[in-house]
Design a protein around this ligand. Structure first.
Ligand SMILES: Cc1cc2nc3c(=O)[nH]c(=O)nc-3n(C[C@H](O)[C@H](O)[C@H](O)COP(=O)(O)O)c2cc1C
Length: 397
């Protein structure tokens, strides 16, 4: 009798324990946003752009999907009131990342990434674009933010033409940034030729995959990530735009999230739930450790690097480098390759000085500026799409 009673009690305790665990799990997943709509992913829907009658907005809806520094999406669109086929791109000065990007160089590269998506989409949907950079002249660098709000980065004029099939168009929907490990397979000479052909008279794309270069560039990338992980104000700037759960991502559809670390499915909701219920898990030390660990894991599985360098460091060259970077991600994706910028060694804040000088002395000996340093290789895993704002938020009077 007594043994039976003990057995029953054990069964009840185990059942209660399991129910408690299940309830806790459900609470975590719900806090993480399970069952919530993901409106922040709407712009990735293949029918999204077509909802907009005005071809200028339709093209901006494609531009919005481009890679961009800190996922700040710092783009403003102004429609020409007199010409229904012309619009202007402005840099959104309220969306700079001044700690990591004190001279707004990456901000300008990010203007270029947008423009090339517009160009590729324009050709494919029958509105080829003529892009004129800085039609009203370059910025007043002494009053940069104010200058950004009055001087457009580009005037974009559309024509009506027969849509032209472009294999790069499909690649617009593939996430640009894959931070996962890549296969050890080297790039073929055909792949290298296709990527190195992405040039301009003053801008060069080069692929490095010799053992010595991969080692040297990997060391620059890792050493500079370690420095950044230890530079509190730069980490805090990125931490402030981390979206912990679905509600936050729907409300502020820019910045970073767990998707960027390749997390998806139940694990995504679980991680989001944990951070939402226990925000202290997301502390400065945890972010620094994660940054170093994930950078190390990625760099150890990187067969090659791409580098985009410009002869000068003018605003025009920065924007053009961004256009070439978008063309590089689209070309890479259409060749079955994935890419991830590793920008830290190229950042211009004082703590990074030694890395910046070192990489330029070794890889830009004629005084060029390295605008992008990028891991490239065959992906081991597809990665989820990241947040994007509604295109109408970009449009201003
Ligand atoms: C100028 C520039 C610099 C970037 N630097 C980094 C970087 O250092 N590390 C990284 O993981 N991603 C970097 N990215 C990628 C962005 O974080 C990414 O494009 C953005 O978060 C949106 O995600 P998606 O490209 O997957 O759509 C950079 C992108 C640009 C345009």
């Amino acid at each position: 009798m007594k043994r039976k009673g003990v057995k029953k009690m054990i069964i009840i305790s185990i059942s209660s324990f399991i129910i408690l665990i299940l309830l806790a799990l459900a609470a975590i997943l719900l806090a993480g946003g399970l069952f919530q709509n993901q409106t922040y992913l709407q712009p990735w829907n293949k029918n999204y752009a077509a909802h907009f009658k005005d071809p200028r907005i339709r093209l901006a809806a494609y531009g919005l999907l481009a890679a961009n520094g800190h996922n700040m999406q710092p783009w403003i669109i102004k429609l020409d009131k007199d010409d229904p086929m012309t619009f202007y791109l402005y840099a959104d000065a309220s969306r700079m990342s001044p700690k990591a990007d004190p001279y707004a160089r990456q901000m300008m590269v990010t203007q270029g990434t947008f423009l090339d998506y517009v160009a590729v989409a324009g050709q494919s949907i029958g509105y080829p674009a003529t892009i004129t950079l800085f039609p009203d002249g370059s910025y007043n660098e002494q009053q940069l933010a104010q200058s950004m709000s009055v001087k457009p980065v580009a005037k974009i004029t559309l024509k009506r033409a027969q849509p032209q099939q472009n294999p790069l168009f499909r690649a617009i929907y593939i996430p640009d940034t894959n931070r996962e490990p890549y296969k050890s397979t080297k790039l073929s000479s055909a792949q290298i030729d296709a990527l190195e052909a992405l040039n301009d008279s003053r801008i060069e794309t080069k692929i490095y995959q010799d053992k010595a270069d991969v080692k040297a560039l990997g060391k620059f990338a890792l050493d500079s990530a370690i420095i950044e992980a230890d530079t509190r104000r730069v980490m805090d700037e990125a931490g402030a735009i981390f979206r912990a759960n679905e509600s936050q991502k729907n409300k502020m559809r820019y910045g970073f999230s767990f998707e960027g670390q390749g997390t998806s499915g139940f694990k995504l909701y679980f991680m989001q739930g944990l951070i939402t219920l226990f925000p202290s898990l997301n502390n400065a030390k945890a972010s620094s450790d994660l940054m170093i660990q994930s950078t190390k894991a990625a760099l150890e599985h990187t067969p090659a690097y791409a580098m985009i360098s410009s002869d000068d460091n003018s605003r025009v060259s920065q924007v053009k480098s961004g256009m070439i970077y978008s063309r590089l991600t689209l070309t890479a994706a259409s060749l079955g390759l994935a890419a991830q910028p590793v920008s830290q060694a190229l950042e211009e804040y004082p703590e990074m000085n030694k890395q910046y000088t070192g990489i330029h002395q070794s890889y830009a000996p004629k005084g060029q500026t390295i605008q992008m340093l990028v891991r490239i290789g065959t992906p081991t895993k597809n990665v989820p799409q990241s947040m994007r704002r509604d295109v109408m938020e970009l449009v201003r009077d």
